[in-house]
Write a protein that binds this ligand. Structure first.
Ligand code: TRH
Length: 396
C-alpha cells in the first residue's frame, strides 16, 4: 500500500516521543510535526506524550484522561512510566533528546531492519548547528545509530516546520476582509479601526512590560494589545490594578487598550499572528509561527542557566537583521535586547514603530526565503536515504 502524498514510500510507521518539560514548546513542535507527517505525507503516526493536559490546551478535542486515542489523523498515546511492549516504528523521532523507554530501545535493536532513529533538536541560529546536523551517534552497546536532526534557518540545516498550505491560507486571510471580520467576531470584538496598531503579546514574566505599556499609552497612534492567557498575565493585571486578570478582561489607559484572550488551539493562534501588525512571541514554536506571519515581531527567548540564551538570541539577530538598513536594524536590536533584558522597551519602541514598514517588507521576504527549506520534507528524504542504506546492507 502506498499512502497518498508520501511520494511513493511504502507504508511508513512513525513514533514520536515527547517529554513535556514545561510550557507548550515541546508538545507544540511534536503535535505540529505529527499532524504534518500523518496528514500531508500519509505516515501512520503514533505520538507518545507524557503530559496529555498540555496537548489538550493546543488541541481541545484531545482527552487528557485517555491512554490511547485518535486525534486529527494521529494516534495519541499516553507515555506512562511503565511502558507497554510495542513493535517499534520504521521512523522513530525522539524530540529534544528525551530518553526513550529502555524496553522500546531494546525492541528497536531486535528488529532485522533497524528503525531510523532521529533526535530532533531545539532550534538555534548558531553557526555550529550546520556542522552537527545529521551527525550519527552510535549506541554504546546496541547495534543502533541515532542521528541528530537540527531545525534551522539556513540550507545547511533541517529547516523549519511549515504546513504545505500555510502560505496560501495566510495570504487569503491577510487579504480577506470577511475572514478577518469573522476572526474578530469570534473574539467577541469589533474589527479595530485602520489606524489602530494591533499587537499580540505572548510572553514569559517580564519586567520590561510596564515601560512598554507606558509608551503605548502615550503614543499618538491607538494601540490594541491582545494578550493570550499565560505567564505574563499577572504583570498585565498589575499595570491596571487588577489582581485577577483572566480571559475576557479588558483595560484602557491613554491610547492603549488591552484585551486578555483565552489560550486557543494552534490553528487559531496563527490567525491571531496573521491579523496583528506586530507580534511578541516567545520560546521556539510561536517564534517560528510569527516568522511565517510575515509581520514584524519581537522574540522573548526561553531563559536558560548561565545566560547561554543570549548567544542564541544574538545568533538569530545577526542572521535576521543582515538585509535591513542601519536604522531599522538598530531599532529592532534595541527593542529585542530591552525586551529580553528586563527594561528599556518603552524607550526602544518609537524607533521600532518608525521602522515598521521596512521591518514588514523584510519579514515577508524572510518568510518566502525560509519556506524553501521544509523540515518535514527534509526529514523524510533523510529517512529514505538511511532506509535504502540499511536495506542494501541486509541484501548484501
Ligand atoms: O511555551 P513556550 O514557552 O515553550 C518553550 C520553548 O519551546 C522552549 O524552547 C522550550 O525549551 C520550553 O518551552 C520547554 O513557547 P513556544 O515554543 O512558542 O510554544 C508555545 C506553543 O503554544 C506554540 O505551539 C503555539 C501554541 N499556542 C497555541 O496553540 N495557542 C495560543 O493561544 C498560544 C498563545 C500559543
Amino acid at each position: 500500500m502506498t499512502p497518498a502524498g508520501n511520494r511513493g514510500l511504502p507504508r511508513v510507521f512513525c513514533d514520536i516521543f515527547c517529554n513535556v518539560i514545561d510550557n507548550y514548546g515541546d508538545i507544540g513542535v511534536c503535535w505540529r510535526l505529527a499532524r504534518q507527517l500523518a496528514n500531508e505525507h500519509g505516515l501512520d503516526v503514533r505520538l507518545w506524550v507524557d503530559d496529555l493536559a498540555s496537548l489538550h490546551s493546543l488541541c481541545p478535542e484531545a482527552d487528557a484522561q485517555l491512554s490511547q486515542q485518535h486525534c486529527r489523523g494521529v494516534e495519541v498515546r499516553h507515555w506512562a512510566a511503565l511502558f507497554t511492549e510495542v513493535t517499534p516504528a520504521n521512523l522513530v523521532i525522539e524530540a529534544f533528546a528525551c530518553e526513550l523507554p529502555e524496553r522500546y530501545v531494546a525492541a528497536m535493536a531486535a528488529q532485522e531492519i533497524k528503525p531510523v532513529w532521529i533526535n530532533l533538536e531545539y532550534l538555534s541560529a548558531e553557526d555550529w548547528v550546520a556542522g552537527c546536523h545529521k551527525l550519527p551517534s552510535p549506541h554504546p552497546n546496541l547495534p543502533l545509530i541515532k542521528y541528530f536532526f537540527f531545525p534551522g534557518f539556513t540550507p545547511q540545516t533541517g529547516g523549519l516546520l511549515l504546513e504545505r498550505d500555510l502560505p496560501t491560507r495566510r495570504d487569503a486571510f491577510q487579504s480577506g476582509g470577511a475572514q478577518q471580520q469573522a476572526f474578530w467576531q469570534s473574539l467577541g470584538m469589533k474589527m479595530p479601526s485602520r489606524e489602530t496598531l494591533k499587537v499580540s503579546l505572548f510572553g514569559y514574566e517580564n519586567t520590561a512590560l510596564h515601560g512598554l505599556f507606558d509608551a503605548w499609552a502615550n503614543s499618538v497612534q491607538p494601540v490594541l494589545c491582545l494578550v493570550p492567557e499565560g505567564r505574563i498575565l499577572p504583570q498585565v493585571g498589575q499595570y491596571f490594578g487588577d489582581d485577577a486578570p483572566r480571559a475576557g478582561s479588558s483595560y484602557e489607559r491613554g491610547r492603549l487598550r488591552v484585551r486578555v484572550l483565552p489560550f486557543v488551539e494552534q490553528e487559531r493562534y496563527d490567525e491571531l499572528l496573521w491579523t496583528c501588525d506586530v507580534n511578541f512571541v516567545r520560546g521556539e514554536d510561536s517564534c517560528v509561527r510569527a516568522q511565517w506571519a510575515g509581520r514584524p515581531f519581537v522574540w522573548q527567548i526561553y531563559p536558560q542557566h548561565d545566560a547561554v540564551h543570549w548567544q542564541k538570541l544574538q545568533a538569530f539577530l545577526k542572521l535576521y537583521q543582515a538585509p535591513l538598513g542601519t536604522a531599522a536594524s538598530q531599532a529592532m536590536q534595541d527593542l529585542w535586547r530591552a525586551w529580553n533584558g528586563g527594561g528599556g522597551a518603552g524607550n526602544a519602541w518609537p524607533a521600532f514603530a518608525a521602522a515598521r514598514d521596512e521591518l514588514e517588507r523584510h519579514a515577508q521576504d524572510w518568510a518566502q526565503q525560509l519556506a524553501k527549506n521544509n523540515l518535514a520534507l527534509n526529514l523524510l528524504d533523510f529517512y529514505q536515504k538511511i532506509g535504502r542504506m540499511r536495506a542494501f546492507e541486509i541484501e548484501g
